[in-house]
Design a protein around this ligand. Sequence first.
Ligand code: F6P
Length: 540
Amino acid sequence: MANSVSHSPLWGLLQQRATNTPSLKELFRADPQRFTHFSASACGILLDYSKQRIDTTAKLNLLALARQQQVEARRDAMLAGEAINHTENRAVLHTVLRLPKGESFNLKGENIAASVHQVLAQMRSFSDAVREGRWLGYSGKAIRTIVNIGIGGSDLGPQMACIALAPWSQKNLSLHFVSNVDGRHVADALKNADPETTLFVVASKTFSTMETLTNARTAREWMLSHGCPEDSIRQHFVALSTNVEAAKEFGIAPENVFPFWSWAGGRYSMWSAIGLSIALYIGADKFEEMLAGAHEMDLHFAQAPMEQNLPVLMALIGVWNINFLGLQALSIAPYHQRMTRLPAYLQQLEMESNGKSVTREGQRVDYATSPVLFGEAGTNGQHAYFQLLHQGATIIPTDFIVVAEDDSGLPGHNQALLANCFAQSKAMALGKDIQQVRAELGDVSEKLLPHRVFEGNRPSSTLLLDALTPKSLGALIALYEHKVFVQSVIWDINAFDQWGVELGKSLAQQLISLNPDAVKEEYDSSTRGLLQALKRKTPA
Ligand code: F6P
């Protein structure tokens, strides 16, 4: 593919540089000010990328690559509302969802920022009413349990944010997230719920997702089977959707539908009506602080020079690792227990956005794209898969995310947490060579030495947040959103569609009867075999 980014001279230069790149030990030795030279901060977030295997030459060439790929022009096109999601002919405007009140944004002659604030006002008045006990269930009791029914972007964002921001939650409200079509999920959520005081928030951009509709129907049946009258649905169900008509058809009262718009992608939608569960849980003021934090990062992304632009720098580091050093995974290690769902959230954000293998023009790429992303809150991850990060044959870069403020009120814990985080990145970067091991162990069999050696040179970045607040969480998530976008521009792919999930969905519809005799000729012997085996194990 002659016009591929991988055929550009800059790509070649970067490849050459990667083969000669000094080790982290050498890089730190050569530049005592390396931390100062390879760190940047904005919006209360410090990015330390000095433990990445990058030197000044590589950095300059990566910045040149970003310019060659017109990152700034494409960023401006996105922010201006051009239909950059060309396979669906849609603008990509999650940034408008966090514009401050009073600002306007014109899309095809409509001030969509005004519509955003109208829905925010609707969310505020509803969440205030529920939280203050003014929104009553059909029997006159206040709501005590909220069940968010949604999946993917209609689940992960609100869930991740509610767990992260739990200190601001209202004590007398319990919140559950039901996503899986596996009936055990909804059954477990409803086990101790009281239908008279339970509110279902049905979150679905399309209002056609099989899992969500199945769970929502089960929830409705659960209400009715517990003696609630038909019209109790009005007080106990609200919908968050772009498909207002389908929500109404389901039986949800029109005034209980919180709309949003096709230009807000599913995995970019926690800032929209999809965030209602967040507003219910932590209050509308705090929800809006989260939007303000994201907006601050949007401004930074739009205005900061590329050399200091956090999303651009993080994107380029990822491209360097994936495409030039050949390190195609990324581990996310938040050293904060409340960020426990962040890896799952970022998994969708990164892998559903950039898990693509054709360019915008539809040609097959000849380079890797999205990293394979996984993670776990520290220090738990240390006692599970960090062995591989330190000594495995596969090298996996890590994003450490750590918070300076200690709000646990428990002496010693935060100190231990932070010390562990910094120790892990140091160990990965610098390791421990055989001489050090020998000196430490003294008289030990030579055969045992290699097991104790840490070769180091394993790259990581550290993101240090002042505190975990609605505002800083908003900024952090927006940072990753823009990072993913910049990478998509470099890779010349569309980050905003997700055709890859369609085939599985339609095959599931075809197989729904699970009847081996009903499947078509073209079904493979494995699928047939599994259906037959299942039939034998579950006789009617
Ligand atoms: O997994 C595909 C997907 O379309 C995601 O992009 C989306 O977040 C999720 O399904 C849920 O979709 P919806 O909000 O329309 O129910």
